[in-house]
Design a protein around this ligand. Structure first.
Ligand SMILES: Cc1cc2nc3c(=O)[nH]c(=O)nc-3n(C[C@H](O)[C@H](O)[C@H](O)COP(=O)(O)OP(=O)(O)OC[C@H]3O[C@@H](n4cnc5c(N)ncnc54)[C@H](O)[C@@H]3O)c2cc1C
Length: 387
């Protein structure tokens, strides 16, 4: 039997940060990780360069049934705090775009930094350790096949359901239910969308073509790149709105944001021919997509009215996706442990003293761009400092 002041279940981004902060306060901490190493998602994140935070992080960058919940943790643990850690470890980084900070080298440096910090504070990491049962008497008891871990505090940092082959499990949600906590329904987020068969017939052979668009759904709009895939749509604009998209709802895409594609035809000297129309669209869209769009949408006559309709449709392409590519391809899981169940300052469960939930398992989901790690660091540090 092994006794600690706190057990952190899950050695990902949030769990490691929590262990570091609790360890710095002199707590004896165990991190229990069921796979063969910690932080696998950190390693694959940001295309191997880990977009570890975002300089412009605000509560508006997060989705939750309670949009106010994340404010406290985010305000007390800002990106500057994590950046100072990165600088202390002399990890070179750069701003890629829109405040997104990436390692110059590799995500491995971020994981190594977290593991070194854990080691410095004396936190013990147990990998390949599978918990079969969690009970609570005067303290939390976690059973594995060969031993038992006991502590007065248990921090659940088991992440979401995305990428099961990286070790994602529903363990955290099941544990929340076991202790009577509500869950906001989970769904894949930051995930490619599948086109319905009719739209796919028209566009899926354009796989690999990308265009700068404004995509909207569920009250959110993102102006970024959209990418055609063999099954539908992806790229940052689509990944972002996928988090706001509800099944069977339409999405709207402005294919030429801020531009009037047919403006040249106001000049009466420009001939109103399909060739001229095509070259006008080539100015705004990749040529393969422009040609396909016109094959499907070009009017038979190019009078003012028809051009107005074409212009309007180009700014308001409405599609109803058939679904998403699911947890196998989702970067994160939206929904999770209901924030009404947790204290916002500490992440402790209101009705189960000593039980904490941090990171992606909580119903707080960041937009694309380093916000999900920022939530993992902020919620992990909040819990760690209250242990
Ligand atoms: C491909 C990809 C790229 C990403 N890139 C970025 C990025 O660049 N920037 C960004 O901000 N976000 C990115 N994300 C999202 C980010 O990785 C997650 O939001 C973040 O890792 C969540 O941290 P977490 O600690 O809550 O969960 P995780 O990091 O998923 O950690 C959970 C840990 O718990 C372990 N675990 C699960 N069940 C159990 C159990 N029963 N017992 C013990 N251990 C268990 C898991 O093995 C894992 O180690 C990316 C995600 C993916 C999939």
């Amino acid at each position: 039997m092994q006794r600690f002041d706190a057990i952190v279940l899950g050695g990902g981004a949030a769990g490691l940060m929590c262990a570091i902060e609790a360890g710095k306060r002199g707590r004896r901490v165990a991190v229990i990780e069921h796979s063969d190493r910690c932080g696998k998602k950190i390693l694959i994140s940001g295309g191997g360069r880990c977009n570890f935070t975002n300089l412009h992080c605000t509560p508006q960058n997060f989705l939750s049934a309670n949009p106010h919940f994340a404010k406290s943790a985010l305000a007390r643990h800002t990106p500057a705090y994590f950046i100072s850690l990165v600088e202390k470890h002399r990890i070179p980084y750069h701003e890629k775009t829109l405040g997104q900070l990436f390692c110059d080298g590799s995500s491995r440096e971020i994981l190594q930094m977290l593991e070194n910090e854990c080691q410095a504070t004396g936190a013990r990491i147990f990998v390949n350790t599978r918990v079969t049962e969690v009970t609570r008497t005067t303290e939390f008891v976690l059973r594995t096949a060969s031993t038992e871990f006991r502590a007065p505090a248990l921090v659940v940092a088991t992440g979401g359901l995305s990428i099961p082959k990286m070790g994602a499990t529903s363990f955290g949600y099941d544990l929340a239910r076991q202790f009577g906590l509500k869950i906001q329904e989970t769904r894949p987020a930051l995930v490619p969308l599948l086109l319905n068969p009719d739209d796919c017939k028209h566009y899926c052979d354009l796989a690999g073509v990308s265009a700068g668009v404004s995509a909207s759904s569920g009250g959110a709009t993102f102006t970024e790149k959209m990418l055609f895939t063999h099954h539908g749509l992806s790229g940052p604009a689509i990944l972002q709105i996928s988090s706001y998209w509800k099944r069977a709802a339409p999405i709207h895409i402005d294919l030429a944001p801020g531009r009037e594609v047919t403006a040249i035809f106001r000049d009466s000297k420009i001939p109103r021919t399909l060739a001229a129309l095509r070259s006008a669209f080539h100015e705004s869209l990749p040529s393969r997509f422009a040609n396909r769009w016109l094959e499907i949408n070009a009017p038979s006559t190019l009078d003012n009215r028809a051009l107005e309709t074409l212009e309007r449709d180009t700014h308001h392409w409405t599609l109803t996706p058939a679904g998403t590519e699911g947890y196998d391809k989702a970067e994160v899981t939206a929904g999770g442990v209901d924030t009404d169940e947790l204290f916002a300052k500490t992440m402790e469960a209101r009705k189960v003293p000593g039980l904490f939930f941090i990171g992606e398992v909580v119903d707080v989901t960041g937009q694309l761009g380093g916000f999900n790690f920022q939530w993992a660091w902020a919620s992990g540090a909040s819990a760690g400092r209250s242990l």
